[in-house]
Design a protein around this ligand. Structure first.
Ligand code: MG
Length: 372
């Protein structure tokens, strides 16, 4: 986004600022569809030539991870009330030793409540008794908005295709590393999920984004699914609603779950600010600026400098040069920080003192040196 010009009046600058913001937002939305069509991982699904992620040994387990106070607890070991079967049917899962798992041919479990953007924590354990291999060993998965599968698999010394490992966005993105624990041990996923964005008329605007930590290690870094998870094929995005259930896959293996909680995140929106970020009220003349330049010794130690460079005014306390935005001949804001500088001037013009407010504290300083 282009910054507002300094040399215009507040009204013009503010209009330009807001207009450029709207145009940028509109251009973004219009460009999103073609950009999406170019997205690709460069790999067909389940290509065995795709490099397997390196094995990383996780740190010592800190599980179970107690939910924070604002979390919606979906499973704490005591009840399956927050879950139902497909299409609202009865759930064919059981609680055993504080964990939930499907009974034979139980089908998927779906959260009764729908969710859009969330932080999700869940703990899972693949069967202690190792049976099967590759995709047939400890297979399950968590489906975000019922559409995008973060794969669950016993990937401890169990080779399979890279985009089907534990922590993969199934069929699309392998995990960055394989940080699986041994069969039967509790493991965690911490997921940050940002839903796809659709325009008000339903047109696709922006893909979903998924970040995953597996046993505390980053394995998916803000990846953009190419479309909903599908086996052996590819489907495009479709707007199925803002809030959809979180799904747990029944893949025929007795994978267990515990300690499942979510924090709903506010959906991301691109909106212009409701009021100008830092209104520009005036443009001081040369004499007014000259009256402010120089060194100011701060009460209690330290000093400030007011400097003119390339036609702009800057304020520094020995660190970064902060551009000053004039609100009046004696009052200035800062370009990027919510600070305020007020000058006290003598009757004939030159500043005598300044007061600098920032971050809840106020400092006063006396001008000890005037610079041209
Ligand atoms: Mg699966």
């Amino acid at each position: 986004m282009k910054p507002a010009p300094q040399s215009t009046s507040m009204t013009l600058a503010t209009r330009f600022f807001l207009t450029s913001f709207k145009l940028t937002s509109l251009a973004f939305l219009l460009s999103a569809q073609p950009a999406f069509s170019q997205l690709a991982t460069g790999w067909k699904q389940h290509d065995m030539k795709r490099q397997l992620p390196a094995v990383v040994e996780p740190g010592q387990s800190n599980l179970p991870l107690t939910p924070p106070s604002d979390a919606i607890v979906l499973f704490d070991g005591s009840s399956l009330d927050a879950w139902q079967g497909p299409e609202g049917k009865k759930l064919n899962w059981i609680i055993r030793d504080g964990a939930m798992e499907p009974i034979e041919s139980g089908g998927y479990a779906y959260s009764v409540q729908g969710f859009g953007d969330v932080q999700l924590h869940l703990e899972w354990a693949s069967p202690l008794k190792v049976q099967g291999k590759s995709q047939g060993r400890g297979n399950s998965g968590v489906f975000l908005q019922s559409q995008f599968e973060v794969q669950i698999l016993d990937s401890f010394e169990n080779p399979t295709y890279a985009d089907g490992q534990a922590g993969s966005i199934y069929g699309q993105y392998p995990p960055l590393v394989n940080v699986s624990r041994k069969p039967g041990q509790w493991q965690s996923y911490d997921v940050i999920y940002r839903a796809a964005i659709y325009q008000p008329d339903g047109e696709f605007a922006q893909p979903a984004r998924i970040t995953v930590l597996h046993n505390g290690v980053l394995i998916q870094d803000n990846v953009r699914p190419l479309g909903p998870t599908s086996w052996m094929q590819h489907h495009p995005y479709s707007n199925r609603g803002e809030k959809l259930p979180i799904g747990l896959q029944d893949h025929g293996n007795p994978v267990r779950f515990r300690n499942i909680w979510v924090r709903e995140l506010p959906p991301e929106k691109i909106l212009p600010p409701s009021e100008p970020y830092d209104p520009i009220r005036i443009e001081p003349n040369d004499k007014q600026i000259a009256n402010l330049l120089g060194t100011y010794d701060r009460k209690g130690g330290g000093r400030y400098e007011v400097i003119r460079k390339d036609g702009k005014l800057f304020f520094t306390q020995g660190g970064p040069m902060m551009e000053m935005i004039p609100h009046s001949p004696t009052e200035f804001g800062l370009r990027f920080t919510a600070g305020l500088i007020e000058f006290e001037t003598t009757p004939d013009g030159p500043a005598k003192n300044l007061r600098f407010e920032m971050g809840g504290s106020t400092n006063e300083a006396t001008r000890t040196k005037q610079t041209p």
